[in-house]
Design a protein around this ligand. Structure first.
Ligand code: AMP
Ligand code: MN
Ligand code: MN
Length: 356
């Protein structure tokens, strides 16, 4: 098992120190966990932020840690810059009603925790709270699994080998001595489920972690259905129109194949953000294409782009070259102009993408 062991394996309860292969990584991660636990142990008022358009990992991680701190007696709020409300499918995670609109985030938070957010830009209009907190002498704890994270806080728990930020939050909760009950476990399981493509990219250790969360009482079938498989009927005609416009370009992406589809503003308006974000999960299944791209017109003339690769091309490098970021196999960026202009920029960047 040692050849498969990552720093997370060695930090799960009972596993610490069991394998020596990544001993230095384990020690470093342990140090990071202890360092971020410090300001949280004594915090009386904590603001936890997720990235814009929060997913289950960002919001689930924030709510899991928020629930634990709330139970410990701290005043806790969880927020994100946009959209205004918690996405419908994620509401089942907020069992204690900790989420507040961005307008209720203090100008100068006492202690700020930023989760699953690889860059300040991904905090949207709340990005300024980071500098405001630091300038006032407060702690900014950054917990993330994006390799490109520039460490913009005062305390960092960053491990790009973690499949989800939720994995890091669980390690931190263990350090804090928190009992992981069902509401906390539900939030963490949601992050694991979605960030590992329903456990298809999960290591043995992460499957074991999921087992621990199930033992805490998570109902995986009901939660998975709520998070991933429930759509209003309008999803079907929207998908039909969008997929009819999908195109396959076998020569693009260094000859490995590109499939792309666009969700124009009128299609975006017909459904929830969940349905718009879900389009890429359908398109990415195309066997003839290594890379899938979905362009979403979330505001007029501005395309929010989702990039996915199967295994051979680094789409994070592509997104970064266009001002975005993400992971090697799942990344994103924002492009202005017509859909053809956005596609032309993507084709050019994909032609130079590093092979994995
Ligand atoms: P998405 O396609 O929105 O699900 O995003 C896939 C991955 O790319 C996520 O891990 C995001 O954190 C990252 N990502 C998406 N958009 C951006 C962006 N504009 N800048 C940096 N990272 C991004
Ligand atoms: Mn995320
Ligand atoms: Mn994540």
């Amino acid at each position: 098992m040692c050849s498969e062991t990552s720093v997370r394996d060695a930090t799960s309860p009972g596993n610490r120190g069991r394998c020596t292969r990544n001993l230095l990584d384990v020690i470093e991660l342990d140090e990071q966990i202890r360092a971020v636990a410090g300001p949280l142990t004594s915090a009386r008022d904590v603001t936890l932020l997720a990235h814009i358009s929060p997913d289950a990992d960002a919001l689930g991680s924030a709510l899991a840690l928020g629930l634990a701190l709330h139970r410990g007696g701290a005043k806790v709020r969880v927020s994100f810059a946009e959209p205004e409300d918690v996405p419908e499918t994620l509401r089942c995670l907020d069992s204690a009603g900790l989420a507040v609109p961005a307008t209720q985030v203090p100008e100068v938070p006492e202690v700020l925790v930023v989760l699953d957010t690889g860059s300040l830009q991904r905090l949207g209009e709340l990005a300024g709270r980071v500098a405001a907190t630091i300038d006032a002498g407060g702690a900014v704890v950054v917990i993330d699994h994006h390799a490109s994270n520039p460490r913009y806080g005062t305390h960092h728990l960053i491990d790009d080998s973690a499949e989800a930020t939720a994995v890091l939050v669980l390690a931190l909760l263990d350090e804090l001595g928190v009992t992981v009950d069902e509401p906390i476990a539900r939030c963490l399981y949601a992050g694991l489920l979605t960030d590992t493509s329903s456990f298809r990219r999960a290591t043995p250790a992460t499957h074991a972690t999921a087992g621990r969360l199930l033992e805490a009482g998570v109902a995986p079938d009901a939660l998975g259905r709520e998070l991933q498989d429930s759509h209003p009927f309008a999803w079907l005609p929207m998908l039909s129109t969008v997929l009819a416009g999908a195109r396959l370009e076998p020569e693009s992406a260094r000859g490995l194949g590109l499939v792309h589809a666009a969700v124009p503003a009128d299609a975006v308006a017909a459904v929830r953000t969940e349905e718009v974000e879900g389009v890429v999960d359908v398109v990415r299944g195309t066997t003839e294409a290594e890379v899938a791209v979905v362009l979403k017109e979330l505001s007029p003339g501005r395309w929010t782009v989702s990039l996915r690769a199967k295994s051979r091309l680094d789409v994070r490098a592509v997104a970064q070259s266009l001002g975005g970021g993400g992971h090697r196999l799942a990344a994103g960026c924002t492009l202005d102009g017509s859909v053809e202009e956005a596609l032309a920029a993507l084709r050019t960047a994909l032609a130079e993408a590093p092979l994995l």
